[in-house]
Design a protein around this ligand. Structure first.
Ligand SMILES: [Zn+2]
Length: 194
Protein backbone atom coordinates (compact mmCIF):
# COMPACT_ATOMS: atom_id res chain seq x y z
CA UNK A 1 0.00 0.00 0.00
CA UNK A 2 2.79 2.39 0.94
CA UNK A 3 4.61 1.55 -2.27
CA UNK A 4 1.46 2.30 -4.28
CA UNK A 5 1.01 5.66 -2.54
CA UNK A 6 4.66 6.44 -3.15
CA UNK A 7 4.31 5.69 -6.86
CA UNK A 8 1.16 7.81 -7.10
CA UNK A 9 2.89 10.65 -5.24
CA UNK A 10 5.88 10.55 -7.59
CA UNK A 11 3.56 10.46 -10.61
CA UNK A 12 1.65 13.47 -9.26
CA UNK A 13 4.83 15.49 -8.66
CA UNK A 14 6.14 14.63 -12.13
CA UNK A 15 2.87 15.64 -13.77
CA UNK A 16 2.89 18.94 -11.86
CA UNK A 17 6.44 19.66 -13.02
CA UNK A 18 5.48 18.79 -16.59
CA UNK A 19 2.42 21.06 -16.45
CA UNK A 20 4.52 23.89 -15.01
CA UNK A 21 7.05 23.41 -17.81
CA UNK A 22 4.32 23.53 -20.48
CA UNK A 23 2.81 26.64 -18.88
CA UNK A 24 6.17 28.43 -18.68
CA UNK A 25 6.99 27.61 -22.29
CA UNK A 26 3.58 28.78 -23.52
CA UNK A 27 3.87 31.96 -21.43
CA UNK A 28 7.26 32.86 -22.93
CA UNK A 29 5.98 32.15 -26.43
CA UNK A 30 2.86 34.29 -25.97
CA UNK A 31 4.38 37.39 -24.39
CA UNK A 32 5.94 40.31 -26.22
CA UNK A 33 4.79 42.93 -28.72
CA UNK A 34 3.37 41.77 -32.05
CA UNK A 35 3.16 43.66 -35.32
CA UNK A 36 -0.24 43.30 -36.96
CA UNK A 37 -2.30 45.14 -39.55
CA UNK A 38 -5.41 46.66 -38.01
CA UNK A 39 -8.40 45.22 -39.96
CA UNK A 40 -10.35 48.42 -39.34
CA UNK A 41 -7.81 50.98 -40.62
CA UNK A 42 -5.34 48.69 -42.48
CA UNK A 43 -2.53 50.49 -40.65
CA UNK A 44 0.37 48.63 -39.02
CA UNK A 45 -0.04 48.52 -35.26
CA UNK A 46 1.68 46.93 -32.26
CA UNK A 47 -0.38 44.79 -29.87
CA UNK A 48 0.26 42.53 -26.90
CA UNK A 49 -1.85 39.60 -25.72
CA UNK A 50 -2.57 38.36 -22.21
CA UNK A 51 0.30 35.86 -22.04
CA UNK A 52 -0.84 34.27 -18.76
CA UNK A 53 -4.34 33.59 -20.07
CA UNK A 54 -2.98 32.26 -23.36
CA UNK A 55 -0.61 29.94 -21.48
CA UNK A 56 -3.37 28.60 -19.19
CA UNK A 57 -5.77 27.87 -22.03
CA UNK A 58 -3.01 26.27 -24.10
CA UNK A 59 -2.74 23.49 -21.49
CA UNK A 60 -6.10 22.07 -22.58
CA UNK A 61 -6.57 23.28 -26.16
CA UNK A 62 -5.37 25.92 -28.59
CA UNK A 63 -4.39 29.10 -26.72
CA UNK A 64 -7.12 31.71 -26.40
CA UNK A 65 -5.72 35.15 -27.11
CA UNK A 66 -6.99 38.41 -25.67
CA UNK A 67 -5.45 41.83 -26.23
CA UNK A 68 -4.03 43.70 -23.25
CA UNK A 69 -2.53 46.58 -25.23
CA UNK A 70 -2.64 48.10 -28.69
CA UNK A 71 -0.95 51.14 -30.19
CA UNK A 72 -4.42 52.44 -31.11
CA UNK A 73 -5.58 52.39 -27.50
CA UNK A 74 -7.04 54.06 -25.55
CA UNK A 75 -8.95 55.72 -28.41
CA UNK A 76 -10.09 52.40 -29.92
CA UNK A 77 -10.11 50.24 -26.80
CA UNK A 78 -13.65 49.04 -27.52
CA UNK A 79 -12.76 47.53 -30.91
CA UNK A 80 -13.72 43.97 -31.72
CA UNK A 81 -10.10 42.74 -31.60
CA UNK A 82 -10.45 41.23 -35.08
CA UNK A 83 -6.66 41.40 -35.43
CA UNK A 84 -6.47 38.36 -33.12
CA UNK A 85 -7.16 36.23 -36.20
CA UNK A 86 -3.73 37.21 -37.53
CA UNK A 87 -2.09 36.14 -34.27
CA UNK A 88 -4.03 32.88 -34.15
CA UNK A 89 -2.99 31.98 -37.68
CA UNK A 90 0.71 32.77 -37.08
CA UNK A 91 1.51 33.20 -33.37
CA UNK A 92 5.28 33.50 -33.94
CA UNK A 93 5.19 35.19 -37.33
CA UNK A 94 3.92 38.50 -36.00
CA UNK A 95 6.06 38.63 -32.88
CA UNK A 96 8.25 41.71 -33.21
CA UNK A 97 11.22 39.97 -31.59
CA UNK A 98 10.97 37.07 -34.04
CA UNK A 99 10.85 39.45 -36.99
CA UNK A 100 13.86 41.36 -35.71
CA UNK A 101 15.82 38.17 -35.00
CA UNK A 102 15.20 37.04 -38.58
CA UNK A 103 16.10 40.48 -39.91
CA UNK A 104 19.48 40.51 -38.14
CA UNK A 105 20.13 36.82 -38.78
CA UNK A 106 23.00 36.44 -41.21
CA UNK A 107 23.28 40.20 -41.71
CA UNK A 108 26.46 42.21 -41.30
CA UNK A 109 26.86 45.58 -39.63
CA UNK A 110 26.50 48.43 -42.15
CA UNK A 111 29.58 50.20 -40.76
CA UNK A 112 32.12 47.69 -39.45
CA UNK A 113 31.12 44.59 -41.44
CA UNK A 114 30.84 42.39 -38.35
CA UNK A 115 28.38 39.52 -38.80
CA UNK A 116 25.50 39.35 -36.33
CA UNK A 117 25.55 36.26 -34.13
CA UNK A 118 23.09 35.87 -31.27
CA UNK A 119 21.42 39.22 -30.61
CA UNK A 120 21.68 40.41 -27.00
CA UNK A 121 18.32 42.11 -26.56
CA UNK A 122 18.76 42.91 -22.88
CA UNK A 123 22.23 44.47 -22.86
CA UNK A 124 23.95 45.30 -26.14
CA UNK A 125 20.90 45.71 -28.33
CA UNK A 126 21.76 46.38 -32.00
CA UNK A 127 20.49 49.45 -33.82
CA UNK A 128 19.75 50.81 -37.26
CA UNK A 129 21.39 53.01 -39.85
CA UNK A 130 18.93 55.00 -41.94
CA UNK A 131 19.28 55.81 -45.64
CA UNK A 132 20.18 59.34 -44.51
CA UNK A 133 22.89 57.75 -42.26
CA UNK A 134 20.90 58.64 -39.15
CA UNK A 135 21.59 56.31 -36.21
CA UNK A 136 18.45 54.97 -34.53
CA UNK A 137 17.67 52.60 -31.70
CA UNK A 138 14.59 50.37 -31.77
CA UNK A 139 13.09 52.41 -28.95
CA UNK A 140 12.91 55.35 -31.35
CA UNK A 141 10.93 53.48 -34.02
CA UNK A 142 7.15 54.05 -33.79
CA UNK A 143 4.99 50.98 -34.24
CA UNK A 144 3.53 52.27 -37.45
CA UNK A 145 7.02 52.57 -39.01
CA UNK A 146 8.29 49.09 -38.13
CA UNK A 147 7.61 47.41 -41.49
CA UNK A 148 8.89 50.39 -43.45
CA UNK A 149 12.06 50.67 -41.35
CA UNK A 150 12.89 46.99 -41.93
CA UNK A 151 12.83 47.71 -45.66
CA UNK A 152 14.75 50.97 -45.73
CA UNK A 153 17.31 50.80 -42.89
CA UNK A 154 20.49 48.79 -42.39
CA UNK A 155 21.55 46.73 -39.36
CA UNK A 156 24.04 48.37 -37.03
CA UNK A 157 25.95 46.54 -34.31
CA UNK A 158 25.87 47.81 -30.76
CA UNK A 159 29.52 48.91 -30.87
CA UNK A 160 29.01 51.05 -33.98
CA UNK A 161 25.73 52.41 -32.66
CA UNK A 162 27.45 53.51 -29.44
CA UNK A 163 30.51 54.95 -31.24
CA UNK A 164 28.49 56.83 -33.87
CA UNK A 165 26.07 58.21 -31.30
CA UNK A 166 29.06 59.46 -29.27
CA UNK A 167 30.61 60.95 -32.42
CA UNK A 168 27.40 62.80 -33.27
CA UNK A 169 27.05 64.12 -29.76
CA UNK A 170 30.69 65.04 -29.08
CA UNK A 171 32.35 65.56 -32.51
CA UNK A 172 35.29 67.49 -31.00
CA UNK A 173 36.30 64.55 -28.81
CA UNK A 174 36.62 62.01 -31.67
CA UNK A 175 39.85 61.49 -33.61
CA UNK A 176 39.51 59.26 -36.67
CA UNK A 177 42.03 56.56 -37.52
CA UNK A 178 44.10 58.04 -40.39
CA UNK A 179 44.58 54.60 -41.99
CA UNK A 180 42.32 53.86 -44.99
CA UNK A 181 39.15 51.91 -44.24
CA UNK A 182 39.17 48.21 -45.05
CA UNK A 183 37.22 47.15 -48.17
CA UNK A 184 34.57 45.42 -46.10
CA UNK A 185 33.81 48.48 -44.01
CA UNK A 186 31.15 49.69 -46.40
CA UNK A 187 29.46 46.37 -46.95
CA UNK A 188 25.91 46.26 -45.80
CA UNK A 189 23.24 43.69 -45.22
CA UNK A 190 23.57 40.59 -47.39
CA UNK A 191 20.00 39.28 -47.09
CA UNK A 192 16.77 40.97 -48.02
CA UNK A 193 15.09 43.10 -45.41
CA UNK A 194 11.90 41.51 -44.12
ZN1 LIG B 1 29.45 47.59 -36.43
Amino acid sequence: MIALLLILGIALVLSLFFTAFLFARAYVEARGPRAIVCPETTTPEIVEVDARSAAWTSLAEDPAYRLVSCSRWPERQECGQECLAQIESAPDGCLVRERLVKWYEGAICALCGKRFEGIQWFSNKPGLLGPDREIRGWGEVPAAELAEVLGTHFPLCWDCQTAETFRARFPDLVIDDPRPASPRSRKTRTGSAA
